[in-house]
Design a protein around this ligand. Structure first.
Ligand code: CP
Length: 314
C-alpha cells in the first residue's frame, strides 16, 4: 500500500481486516517499527484519531510526533504560483517537503471548508501533502473521506455480527445544529459497498450523498421503512451535498431513540464520535446494550496500527 486515503488504496481488504484483528490480539510489538517516525499533522481538532494513531505508532515501537499545524504551524499557502504577500507564511511545497524528510510516514487531517464543493471534492489539500511530502501518507480524515474510521467500522461490524448470511446495515442521517462534512458517511458508504453486507441509506430529501460514493446503493427518504429489519444502524449527521454545505433540516423526528430501535432487528447502533447526546442519538440508546460506539473507537487503535505497519512495509 503506497498511501491510505480511501478503500481504493487497499490491495487486499480481507488481509487488512485480518491484520487489524491480529494486532488487537497482540498489540504490543515494538520490534516492528523501532526507530521509525510517524508524523501526525492536524489542521483540525481531534480526540480519537490523534490518540489512537499515537498509541498505534507506539505499539509498533515507532515514535509518533504530533503537529497541530492549524494552530502551532505557519499559515500554509496551497495555491501554485501564488505571490505570498498576504497572511500565508509558508507554502505547502516547503512544509510538506520538509516533513517528508523528517518522517517515515505521515498522517494528515484536513476538514473541508464546506464553501465550495469543487474545492473540497478535489481534495486539493490532501493531494498537495501527497505530492510534496514524497513519503507514504495516511488520511486522518480529509475533505471527502475518513478511511481509518471506516476500517474500524468494518472490523467492528465483522466482530459484532453473530447472525448468518449478510447483515443488513443502514446508514441514517440525524439532525445537528452545525453544518458537518460528508466525509464519514461518504467513506462508510464506500467501504460498505465492498463489504459482505446489505447496505442502504436513510436520509431526508436534499441530503443524498455524492453518486461517486453511493451509486448502486438504495436511498430511502422514510426512516421507518429504511430501518426495518436492520442489524446495524450507523447514525450520523451530514450537511447537504446537493445544496452544498447547507443545513436543510433540523428535524428531530430523525433523532435516533427507542422508537427507531424498535423498527430494527434489535440492531447494534454505531456512531463515529463525537456525538451530541439527545440531538443525534438519545441517551437511552448510547447508555443501552445496543450501542457499540466505544467498540468502534477502540478498534481505531488497531486499524491505525495495521495501516501504519502496512505503509512502513510497502
Ligand atoms: N471519529 C473521529 O475521527 O474522532 P476525532 O474527530 O475525535 O478524531
Amino acid at each position: 500500500m503506497q498511501k491510505f486515503t480511501s478503500v481504493h488504496d487497499v490491495d487486499d481488504l480481507g488481509q487488512l481486516v485480518a491484520k487489524v484483528l491480529s494486532f488487537k490480539q497482540n498489540p504490543f510489538q515494538p520490534e516492528l517499527a523501532s526507530g521509525k517516525k510517524v508524523g501526525l499533522i492536524f489542521l483540525n481538532p481531534s480526540l480519537r484519531t490523534r490518540l489512537s494513531s499515537q498509541i498505534a505508532a507506539r505499539n509498533l515501537g515507532a515514535e509518533a510526533i504530533v503537529l497541530d499545524i492549524g494552530k502551532d504551524g505557519w499559515a500554509l499557502e496551497f495555491e501554485d504560483g501564488a505571490v505570498m504577500n498576504g497572511d500565508k507564511a509558508e507554502h505547502i511545497k516547503e512544509a510538506a517537503g520538509v516533513m517528508g524528510r523528517y518522517f517515515d510516514v505521515m498522517g494528515v487531517r484536513t476538514f473541508p471548508e464546506l464553501k465550495s464543493r469543487e474545492d473540497d471534492y478535489s481534495e486539493k489539500l490532501m493531494n498537495a501533502f501527497i505530492k510534496y511530502a514524497g513519503i507514504p501518507i495516511l488520511s486522518l480524515e480529509s475533505g471527502t473521506r475518513h478511511p481509518l474510521q471506516s476500517l474500524a467500522d468494518l472490523v467492528t461490524i465483522q466482530e459484532q455480527w453473530k447472525g448468518t448470511g449478510r447483515p443488513k446495515v443502514v446508514l441514517t442521517w440525524a439532525p445537528h445544529i452545525k453544518a458537518l462534512p460528508q466525509a464519514v458517511p461518504n467513506s462508510f458508504a464506500e467501504w460498505m459497498k465492498v463489504a459482505d453486507v446489505d447496505f442502504s441509506i436513510a436520509n431526508p430529501k436534499g441530503y443524498n450523498l455524492a453518486d461517486e460514493f453511493t451509486a448502486g446503493v438504495e436511498v430511502i427518504h422514510n426512516q421507518e421503512e429504511a430501518l426495518k429489519a436492520a442489524d446495524f444502524v450507523y447514525v450520523k449527521n451530514w450537511s447537504s451535498y446537493e445544496e452544498y454545505g447547507q443545513i436543510l433540516s433540523k428535524d428531530e423526528s430523525w433523532t435516533f431513540g427507542e422508537k427507531q430501535l424498535g423498527w430494527t432487528n434489535n440492531a447494534k447502533i454505531m456512531h463515529c464520535l463525537p456525538v451530541r447526546r439527545g440531538l443525534v442519538i438519545k441517551d437511552e440508546i448510547l447508555d443501552g446494550p445496543n450501542a457499540i460506539h466505544l467498540e468502534q473507537a477502540e478498534n481505531r487503535v488497531y486499524s491505525a496500527q495495521a495501516v501504519i505497519h502496512s505503509l512502513l512495509n510497502q
